[in-house]
Design a binder for this molecule. Structure first.
Ligand code: HEC
Length: 108
């Protein structure tokens, strides 16, 4: 457990510009949960950590805002093999990327 935490801490240091990789807001968690009922704030945070830790080894990190929500699922499919993500990790990553990039619902 301690080594996991150290690993995450060093991954966060590498990114440095954490502002580009935002934490999910409670509104975004709510929207994600409407679509994927088993989503939690923790699972979205986990997706964020995966992005930082596993998606910046070969190229610079593409921040969530680099692509629209509609394109991320396919991009993650393309990159899943390269980054050796498990199916569950890929799912957490997609949920994170989609929920932080999806435009807010239009006002009623
Ligand atoms: C083993 C190396 C490697 C890892 C790990 C990796 N990528 Fe990539 N990625 C590449 C290469 C090489 C390219 C450019 C060539 C290509 O698109 O095939 C690329 C391109 C991309 C692009 C641009 C695609 C486009 O069409 O413009 C995105 C976005 C991307 N990667 C996201 C990710 C994400 C998200 C992860 C983590 C799940 C990830 N990458 C992990 C090697 C990697």
């Amino acid at each position: 457990m301690r080594s996991v935490r150290r690993f995450i801490a060093s991954a966060l240091l590498v990114v440095g510009c954490a502002g580009k990789v935002p934490h999910p807001t409670s509104t975004q968690v709510g929207r994600a949960r409407a679509r994927w009922p088993d989503t939690t704030k923790e699972s979205l945070e986990n997706g964020r950590v995966l992005l930082i830790a596993r998606c910046s080894g070969c190229h610079e990190l593409y921040p969530p805002a680099a692509y629209p929500a509609t394109e991320w699922p396919e991009l993650v499919v393309d990159m899943t093999k390269r980054s050796k993500l498990s199916a569950a990790e890929a799912e957490a990553l997609v949920r994170y990327l989609v929920s932080v990039t999806e435009p807010a619902a239009p006002a009623p």
